[in-house]
Design a protein around this ligand. Sequence first.
Ligand code: FEO
Length: 171
Amino acid sequence: MISKKLETAINDQINAELYSAYLYLSMAAYFESKNLSGFAGWMRAQAQEEQAHAMKFFDYLNERGGRVNLKDIKASQSEWESPLDVFKNVYSHEQKVSSLINDLVNMAIKENDHATNNFLQWYVAEQVEEEASADEVVNKLELVGDSGNALFMLDRELGQRTFTAALESEE
Ligand code: FEO
């Protein structure tokens, strides 16, 4: 059975993952309003991924005899200055999430909860990818600069992304 302290911390993380989904959905809405449907599609896939991250914690907490408590999800920002501004925001948000995951790992280690530590390692690896993919788009957008043509090409490229629920097989 999981400790009360970790139960509370995981419930907070479920809320953080759901907020991430909300943030990316808001970014999708921003891109839709700018007629950048490829960027919007990328954000929708990202939002689905965050929902899946939340559900993985949800299932784990139940499995360990904990109780899931869903709290209010705070409202997301809805306006940004530019696509580059959005992706810089994604990158810094993912860095914040990585530090939340690291805090959870530290807590699990301190409590000698090897099962939770082991479970959290999936997220540790996932955050490396999350940061890298956001950083990659930031770099591309910096190269694009003011070129409408290049932005159009990047919109098409990002629109290729689809969400695949690969989480189950990795458990
Ligand atoms: Fe669930 Fe983007 O971290």
